[in-house]
Design a protein around this ligand. Structure first.
Ligand code: ARG
Length: 605
C-alpha cells in the first residue's frame, strides 16, 4: 500500500507521516480499548477542504472494541495522538471522522528533505521486469489517430513503470506480413510505374498507404463489374493476385520478398519519423514475419496436455465454455496459424528472451475478447508468466467534427494531427504575442513543445477505457485543464528561480523554525508529499490520467498561491526563503510528472 518516501536527501531523516499515524492509531486503540487491530483497519485520507486538518482517520471500525459512539472514540483517539505524537498539533472530530492537524514543523522539515531532489518521485528498483507492447501497426498504411492514443498510453505507462522502480522493455509486434501488405504490393505492381517515395516526395508510409487505397478502389470496381455479370460470389482478379503474392511470399519467392522488403522499408522510414515526432522509441521489435510460425509447438504440447482438442478436419480448438468464452480456433485445418496462434507463440518467445515478470499489451478495446482468450489459454498451458499478463484496453478517439470514421471512412493521419496541434499552438502564441523576444529558431522549438504537450496531455488525461473526442483547439487553451496550462505554471516557476539567481538570492539556508505556514502552502506541501504514492498508484492502475490530474491540481495550487501571495515581496526574509524552496520543489515535481506523460517543459513561453 503506502511505501516509504524515497530519494530523500539523506542528510535529513524523514519520517513517513502516514505510516506514523497508522502506527499510533493502532497503539492508541490498544492502549485505550485493550484491543489489537490490524493496520488494514486504519483508513487514512487527506482531509476534505471544508474541514481543518491534513489527514483524516475513519474511526467507525474501532467503535465496537471501544463500546462507545464514533464521536467519543474520535475524541479519545485525537487526544491520545496529540499527546503522543510530536508531529500532530491538533484535532477535531466531525461525524465520526477524526481530522488531524500536522504541525508546520513537519512540513517544513519535509520540504527541507526533498528540495534538492531533482528526480523526486523516482522509486528505487523493485527488481521486476515488465514488457510494454504498444503501437504494433500493420505495415500497409500510415499511423492514425487511434495509434496516437495507443502510442501515448504505451509510452507514458512505460515511464510510469520506470518511475515506480520497474525495469521496462518497450516493444511492439510489427505486423509486416499477410494479405494486407500484399494488397499494397499488388497495387504498386499494377499502377506504380516504378515510382518511389523518393521520386514522389511522399513520406514512405503515406506512399505505401496510397497503394493500399488504390487496391481497395480497384477491388471495388472489379467487384461491381462481377456483380453486374451476376458473379457476385467470385473473387476479383486483383484479390487473386494479392493471394498469389502471399503464397509466393510464403514460398520464399525472391522477387516477391524483394518487393515486400522494400515496401516495408519505406513504411518503417515513415513510421520512425512519426515516432521521432512523438518522442517515443522501442527497445526491441518483433516482426510477424519472424514470429508467425511460432506457437505451433505450444499447440502440440497443449494437445498432449488436452488443453486443446482436434476436430475431424484437423483443425485445433480450445473449449473455454466454463470460462464463458466459447470455443476458439487455435490452428486451421490446413495447419496454418491464426492470430491467436501467433500471440501464443510470441508471448512465450518474449518470456524466453527477457524472463519478464509482467507483460502489458496496449491494444484497442475491439480486441478485448482476443486478449481474454489469450490469457486464459496461457493459464491453461501453465505458462510461467500467465499471471503477469495485462491488456491495457483503450477506447476510440473521435474528432469533434466527426472526421474520424473508423474503419472505412476517412481516417485522420497521425502526422496531419501533429501538424494541426502545432499550428493551433502557433496561432495561440501569435495572438498572445508572448514570443516576441525570441529568435525564429527558439520560437519554433517553444511552439513545438506547446503543441505536443497539448496533444499528449489532452489524450492521456482521459482514463484509457473511456471513449474520447480530441479537440485540437481546446487542447491548447492556456486557461483549461491542458498541457500548456501546466507548462505555463512551470515556466512561471523558472522565472521565479531565474530572478532569484539574478538577484543573488541565496535560499539554500535552513527554514526558520518559527515561520507560520499559510493554508495554501501547507496544502501544496502535502500534495508534493503525496507524489511518490501517486506514481505507484498510476502504475498499479495502468493509468496515466492519474498523473495528469495530479499535475493539473498541483499547477492550479501553485497558481492560486502565486495570485494570493508574493514571493519577492514576502513580509519576512524567512518567508521568502521558504517560498523559493517550495517553488523549486513544485518545479521539479511538475517537470517529473509531465515527463511521465512524455511531455517536455519549455524553459520559457
Ligand atoms: N497489428 C494489430 C492491429 O493493428 C495489433 C496487434 C496487437 N498486438 C498483439 N500482440 N496482438 O490490429
Amino acid at each position: 500500500m503506502r511505501s516509504n518516501l524515497n530519494k530523500m536527501d539523506t542528510t535529513v531523516e524523514m519520517i513517513d507521516i502516514i505510516a506514523l499515524i497508522q502506527d499510533k492509531v493502532m497503539e492508541g486503540v490498544e492502549h485505550l480499548y485493550q484491543e489489537k487491530i490490524d493496520r488494514s483497519k486504519v483508513a487514512l485520507n487527506t482531509t476534505r477542504k471544508e474541514f481543518e486538518g491534513d489527514y483524516t482517520v475513519v474511526v467507525f471500525p474501532f467503535t465496537k472494541a471501544a463500546k462507545k459512539g464514533p464521536q467519543q472514540v474520535g475524541e479519545d483517539l485525537g487526544q491520545f495522538l496529540v499527546e503522543n505524537v510530536d508531529q500532530i498539533k491538533a484535532f477535531n472530530v466531525i461525524k465520526g471522522f477524526l481530522n488531524l492537524v500536522v504541525d508546520d514543523a513537519y512540513w517544513k522539515q519535509f520540504l527541507e528533505s526533498v528540495v534538492n531532489s531533482e528526480d523526486y518521485g523516482q522509486h528505487p528498483s523493485n527488481g521486476k521486469k515488465i514488457m510494454v507492447e504498444f503501437s504494433s501497426p500493420n505495415t500497409n498504411k500510415p499511423l492514425h489517430l487511434g495509434h496516437i492514443r495507443n502510442i501515448l498510453l504505451g509510452w507514458s505507462c512505460s515511464r510510469i513503470f520506470e518511475a515506480a522502480g520497474y525495469d521496462v522493455i518497450r516493444t511492439q509486434i510489427v505486423n509486416d506480413r499477410g494479405i494486407h501488405i500484399c494488397k499494397s504490393m499488388v497495387a504498386w505492381q499494377q499502377f506504380g510505374n516504378g515510382e518511389t517515395p523518393e521520386s514522389t516526395g511522399l513520406k514512405g508510409d503515406h506512399f505505401v498507404g496510397k497503394y493500399y487505397v488504390a487496391y481497395n478502389n480497384e477491388d471495388k470496381k472489379q467487384k461491381a463489374a462481377l456483380e453486374a455479370e451476376g458473379k457476385d460470389k467470385e473473387e476479383t482478379a486483383i484479390m487473386k493476385s494479392a493471394r498469389d503474392l502471399l503464397q509466393k511470399w510464403e514460398a520464399n519467392d525472391e522477387e516477391v520478398r524483394k518487393l515486400w522488403a522494400s515496401m516495408n522499408g519505406w513504411v518503417y522510414e515513415g513510421f520512425n519519423a512519426t515516432y521521432d515526432k512523438l518522442g517515443v522509441r522501442f527497445d526491441k521489435l518483433y516482426y510477424e514475419s519472424d514470429t508467425y510460425l511460432l506457437g505451433k509447438d505450444a499447440i502440440d504440447k497443449g494437445l498432449e496436455k488436452e488443453v486443446f482438442y482436434k476436430k475431424e478436419d484437423g483443425s485445433v480448438w480450445i473449449d473455454l465454455e466454463d470460462a464463458k468464452l466459447d470455443h476458439k480456433l487455435v490452428l486451421r485445418s490446413d495447419g496454418t496459424s491464426v492470430y491467436m496462434t501467433q500471440d501464443i507463440g510470441t508471448a512465450s518467445q518474449r518470456y524466453d528472451d527477457y524472463k519478464i515478470d509482467e507483460m502489458v499489451y496496449v491494444v484497442g478495446d475491439e480486441q478485448n475478447y482476443h486478449f481474454k482468450v489469450l490469457f486464459e489459454i496461457m493459464k491453461r498451458l501453465e505458462a510461467p508468466f500467465a499471471n503477469g499478463l495485462y491488456h491495457l484496453s483503450y477506447g476510440m478517439v473521435d474528432l469533434p467534427t466527426g472526421r474520424m470514421k473508423s474503419r472505412e471512412g476517412t481516417v485522420v493521419d497521425a502526422d496531419d494531427l501533429v501538424e494541426e496541434v502545432i499550428a493551433e499552438a502557433h496561432e495561440g502564441t501569435k495572438e498572445r504575442g508572448d514570443l516576441g523576444a525570441f529568435s525564429e529558431e527558439e520560437q519554433k522549438e517553444i511552439i513545438r513543445k506547446i503543441g505536443m504537450a497539448a496533444l499528449k496531455y489532452f489524450i492521456v488525461k482521459v482514463n484509457p477505457q473511456k471513449r474520447m473526442v480530441f479537440d485540437p483547439k481546446e487542447s491548447v487553451d492556456l486557461q483549461g485543464n491542458t498541457g500548456p496550462y501546466i507548462q505555463y505554471a512551470s515556466v512561471r516557476i523558472n522565472g521565479v528561480l531565474q530572478r532569484a539567481a539574478k538577484e543573488g538570492l541565496d535560499f539554500s539556508g535552513a527554514i526558520d523554525p518559527s515561520l507560520n505556514l499559510e493554508t495554501i502552502e501547507k496544502d501544496i506541501l502535502l500534495q508534493i508529499y503525496e507524489y511518490p504514492n501517486v506514481v505507484l498508484n498510476a502504475a498499479k492502475d495502468y493509468d496515466p490520467s492519474v498523473i495528469a490530474s495530479y499535475c493539473y491540481n498541483l499547477a492550479k495550487n501553485f497558481n492560486k498561491f502565486w495570485h494570493d501571495h508574493s514571493i519577492f515581496n514576502a513580509e519576512t526574509e524567512a518567508e521568502k526563503i521558504f517560498r523559493l524552496k517550495m517553488s523549486k520543489i513544485i518545479g521539479y515535481t511538475l517537470k517529473n510528472g509531465m515527463d511521465l506523460l512524455g511531455i517536455e517543459m519549455p524553459e520559457r513561453m
